[in-house]
Design a protein around this ligand. Structure first.
Ligand code: ARG
Length: 560
């Protein structure tokens, strides 16, 4: 890439004290076209060379020579570089045309495996916005990793175990109605669980009942296990509807309960390493030396907990996949938990412990407040998706009433809107939930990008563009911003992967869509003397738009 060439030459000219990476970090990409495509500020050199930045710029500029540089201009303390547009266009387009489906694909992950812990909703509870975030962020990160050459394993670590299920079983004994649970499992089970929670404030004996049902479950009592399994299957069926709508699947659906009979191995290992200590009847691993509170392994009543299962799951995953990295896409409120897990594994001397990475994200807010299941403030995800699809249908009816398979496309648009609304933000920030904001065709939304892609695709169709007729020689100043974006796509993919940040792809797609719309407003494409060359540029743009959308888990319909 041009930036590398420039950095290499500059560091060569400047000498050993100015290594290539340092120079590379200083190179800017000016927003204004008349400042060139790349710019190098000389201000930090002034001291060493005992000259003014402007003098330095003037001295270096003539020494920069390469076929990708069209013009090198010293302006004040800057060196502005204008790239050789036709050379770069030709090179970029040739590269893309050679294998459009592979454009932007990278190889640095080849031979390595990444496991992703993602989605992980809790059974007998509604699928929350937090779980949606984990699902779509996890899916995008998996796609990004694959684009970089990694093998990926997407694991849905269902929350299907813990003392709360004792309460749920007890509640079902009291108020459960088989027929209503069959009809509406999650809603009904949530209802009796909340009722149990309320009632136990008045009547503490309920707590004991919950405990004894959990004990039964732990002891594999027939009745307890049968009910638990039923609740689990019914919940998974409901979750499956959401995954189908989102178009997301997993390589492995494996819940916490799977680790029940494997935790004793973990506990024995901890004992062997003399890491377990008593603390008021409970057993913990102390982590004072790294400044963390102790990690609770076994409660005083002998039951194991969340952390014990996560330790066991991590060890099991390493044994099965020998992962190079294990990503946990989980809200930032669990940061401490994952720090503890990693530290305990470290103390157990697992060499791979540093390769566990918590990928935290912020909350979904409604009117500035956390959406919570308890206070009934939750928005049901399935409803949100359906509402988004209905709105997309209406939109299509108004704008394109004769569209064939409008239903299918409305689904791609509605669902895409919901996914993009999440992924366009830096994942660490909180996101304000808004259907309006998701679904407008203008502004920073998926429908805007999908619409741009469809428009570009229809131009190719109208111009009967064929790959074999592509023209890569180019003298169309107005198309330069598009060429630059296309050329930069592999870099954006790499950066998005390295920062585990799908929003970099989302922002890129918005930039690329804007660039297309500006070009389209100013340029006659069909029936111009440069029709083939212009269509070739537009084809290249549709390739990156579609690929980028797909990385985010969003479809790119040809018409809408
Ligand atoms: N089910 C958990 C929750 O809803 C998330 C699990 C995240 N993954 C993990 N390995 N702990 O809070």
């Amino acid at each position: 890439m041009e930036k590398h060439i420039l950095a290499l030459q500059l560091s060569h000219i400047l000498g050993e004290d100015f290594p290539r990476d340092w120079v590379h970090g200083l190179i800017e990409t000016p927003k204004q076209g008349d400042h060139g495509d790349l710019a190098f500020p000389c201000f930090q050199l002034a001291k060493t060379f005992r000259k003014s930045p402007a003098e330095i710029a003037k001295e270096i500029a003539p020494k920069l020579q390469h076929q990708v540089f069209q013009q090198v201009r010293p302006v004040g303390g800057y060196i502005n570089i204008f790239l050789n547009q036709s050379f770069i266009a030709d090179h970029t387009l040739q590269q893309l045309l050679a294998d459009p489906g592979q454009f932007g694909s990278l190889q640095f992950g080849k031979g390595e495996t990444i496991v992703l812990d993602m989605s992980a909703p809790n059974i007998a509870k509604p699928f929350s916005m937090g779980h949606l975030r984990s699902t779509v962020i996890g899916n995008a990160l998996a796609n990004l990793s694959e684009k970089c050459g990694y093998e990926t394993v997407k694991i849905n670590y269902i929350g299907d175990y813990g003392t709360q299920f004792g309460k749920l079983l007890a509640a079902y004994q009291k108020w459960g109605d088989e027929k209503s649970v069959r009809e509406n499992p999650i809603q009904e089970l949530t209802k009796i669980y909340v009722k149990f929670h309320e009632a136990s404030k008045e009547d503490p004996s309920l707590i004991d009942e919950g405990r004894s049902w959990f004990k039964k479950l732990e002891e594999q009592d027939d009745e307890a296990v049968k009910l638990w399994r039923w609740f689990k299957d019914a919940s998974l069926e409901e979750f499956e509807k959401i995954y189908r709508l989102l178009g997301i699947d997993f390589d492995l659906i494996r819940g916490e309960a799977y680790y029940n009979d494997k935790m004793s191995d973990t506990i024995n290992l901890l004992k062997d390493e003399q890491l377990l200590v008593d603390s008021e009847g409970a057993q913990v691993v102390r982590l004072d030396e790294v400044g963390l509170p102790p990690c609770l392994i076994r409660k005083s009543d002998g039951t194991t907990i969340y952390a014990t299962r996560d330790l066991t799951a991590a060890i099991d995953r390493f044994n099965n996949y020998q992962f190079n990295e294990a990503l946990y896409v989980v809200g930032h409120e669990q940061t401490l938990h994952f720090q503890q897990i990693q530290q305990v594994l470290q103390k157990m001397n697992f060499s791979w412990a540093p390769n566990l990475k918590h990928i935290p994200f912020g909350m979904m807010l409604k009117d500035g407040k956390k959406m919570s299941t308890r206070q009934g403030k939750t928005v049901l995800l399935e409803q949100v998706l359906k509402e988004a699809i209905t709105r997309a249908e209406k939109n299509i009816e108004e704008k394109n009433p004769t569209l064939a398979n409008a239903g299918e496309i409305a689904e791609q648009v509605g669902v895409g809107a919901v996914i993009f609304h999440d992924l366009k933000h830096d994942r660490r920030n909180d996101v304000e939930f808004s259907l309006e904001d998701m679904l407008t065709f203008e502004g920073n939304t998926a429908p805007y990008i999908q619409y741009t892609h469809a428009r570009a695709a229809s131009l190719l169709e109208k111009g009967s563009f064929r790959l074999k007729d592509a023209v890569t020689t180019f003298d169309d100043e107005l198309a330069w911003p598009i060429i630059k974006l296309v050329r930069n796509y592999p870099v954006v993919v790499e950066n998005a992967y390295k920062d585990y940040d799908p929003s970099k792809i989302a922002k890129y797609l918005l930039d690329a869509s804007r660039a297309f719309n500006q070009y389209y407003a100013k340029t006659k494409i069909l029936e111009s003397d440069q029709q083939q060359a212009r269509l070739t540029v537009i084809f290249a743009l549709t390739v990156v738009l579609k690929d980028g959308l797909n990385i985010l888990g969003i479809q790119a319909p040809l018409q809408m």
